[in-house]
Design a protein around this ligand. Structure first.
Ligand SMILES: NC(=O)c1ccc[n+]([C@@H]2O[C@H](COP(=O)([O-])OP(=O)(O)OC[C@H]3O[C@@H](n4cnc5c(N)ncnc54)[C@H](OP(=O)(O)O)[C@@H]3O)[C@@H](O)[C@H]2O)c1
Length: 280
C-alpha cells in the first residue's frame, strides 16, 4: 500500500515509518513538508501523493502548553484532523487517526471500552476528541486508534527518558502514585497499526500495551531496566505536584474492539519496556 504519514518526525511517526517500510511504500511528512492546519496545502499534498491510506499522527501533544494555547491546540488537533479527513475522503484514501486516553475523565474506576462516552478534562483532550468527531462525521472508511503513555521513536521528551535523565542528576526523584494507565511502546503500536490498516474493520480501537501501572511503578521499572536502581523513587500524589493541565487519574483502555474483531493484541507493557531499553 502507498501510505501517507503525518507527524513523520514524532515519536510514533518515526516507529511507524520504521515498521511499515518493510512491506509498504511510505511517504512520511513532517510539519515543514505538510502543516495540517493549512487546508489547501493538505488537499494539494493528498492529490500529489495519492495514498491508499493516510495515518494521521500529527498533533499538538504538549498537554500543559495546550492549556495556555487552546487556539493552537484546536487549530492543530481538531481543524487539522478535519482537513485531513476531508482530503482523504475526497481522494478515496482510507484513514487512521491516532487519538488518546485523555478523551476520558478517569472517573469510571474500571477500564474504558470503545463505547464509553468521552468526557475530556483538559484542553488537549477536548481538542483530540473534537478531532475524533470530525473524522467520524466526514470519513466513511476511518479507524480511530486511542492509545496512551507513548514512549519510543528516538525522541528525548517522553517519560522513560525523562526519568532516566532525572535519575542521573539526583539520587532521589518524586513520582506520582495516583495516575494509573498503560505505558505503550510506539514500536508495538506501529506493529498493531500495520495489522489493522490492511483490514476494512473500521471504527474505534483501544490499543495500548497490555496491563497497567501507576506513574510511580512505571518509573521504578524504568530504573530497574537501566541499572539505575540505587536511585530512590519517592511516592507522591498529584495534589503535591500541580501541573497546568488536569490529567485523568485512571485511564486504562479495555481492548474490546481488538478482541471482537479477532485481531492480535499488543504485548504486555513490562515486556515492551525491556525490549525498548535493550534497543538503544
Ligand atoms: N505521547 C503520548 O503519550 C500520546 C498518548 C496518547 C495519544 N497520543 C497521540 O498519538 C499521536 C502521536 O503522538 P506522539 O507522541 O508521536 O507525538 P509527537 O512526538 O509530539 O509528534 C507529533 C508530531 O506532530 C507534529 N506537528 C505538530 N503540529 C503540526 C502541524 N500543524 N502540522 C503537521 N505536523 C505537526 C510535531 O511537529 P513539531 O514537534 O515540530 O511541532 C511532531 O513531529 C498524536 O496524535 C497524539 O495525540 C500520544
Amino acid at each position: 500500500m502507498r501510505v501517507m504519514l503525518t507527524g513523520g518526525r514524532g515519536q510514533l511517526g518515526i516507529d511507524l515509518a520504521r515498521v511499515l517500510k518493510e512491506s509498504h511504500e511510505i511517504i512520511a511528512l513532517d510539519k515543514e513538508q505538510l502543516n495540517v492546519c493549512d487546508a489547501s496545502a493538505v488537499v494539494t499534498k493528498m492529490q500529489e501523493v495519492s495514498p491508499d491510506i493516510v495515518i494521521h499522527t500529527a498533533a499538538f501533544t504538549k498537554v500543559d502548553e495546550a492549556e495556555q494555547q487552546p487556539v493552537r491546540a484546536f487549530h492543530t488537533n481538531a481543524m487539522g484532523s478535519r482537513n485531513i479527513a476531508i482530503a482523504a475522503e475526497l481522494y478515496h484514501a482510507k484513514l487512521i487517526y491516532v487519538s488518546t486516553d485523555y478523551v476520558f475523565d478517569g472517573k469510571k474506576g474500571l477500564p474504558y471500552n470503545e463505547t464509553d462516552d468521552p468526557n475530556p478534562i483538559n484542553v488537549y483532550g477536548i481538542s483530540k476528541y473534537a478531532g475524533e468527531l470530525f473524522i467520524q462525521s466526514i470519513h466513511k472508511q476511518a479507524f480511530i486508534v486511542r492509545t496512551s503513555w507513548l514512549y519510543g521513536g528516538d525522541v528525548c521528551n517522553h517519560f522513560v527518558r525523562k526519568i532516566m535523565q532525572a535519575a542521573k542528576q539526583s539520587k532521589m526523584i518524586k513520582v506520582v502514585t495516583d495516575e494509573i494507565g498503560s505505558p505503550t511502546y510506539t514500536y508495538d503500536l506501529a506493529e498493531f497499526i500495520n495489522r489493522l490498516m490492511v483490514t476494512e474493520q473500521y471504527g474505534i480501537y483501544h490499543a495500548t500495551n497490555q496491563g497497567a501501572c501507576s506513574r510511580y511503578e512505571f518509573a521504578i521499572a524504568v530504573l530497574q531496566e537501566s541499572a539505575l536502581d540505587d536511585v530512590t523513587v519517592l511516592p507522591i500524589t498529584t495534589d503535591l505536584f500541580r501541573l497546568p493541565a488536569l490529567r485523568p487519574k485512571y485511564s486504562i483502555l479495555d481492548h474490546q474492539a481488538i478482541r471482537s474483531q479477532g485481531l492480535v493484541d499488543l504485548p504486555p507493557w513490562r515486556d515492551a519496556l525491556t525490549r525498548y531499553m535493550k534497543g538503544w
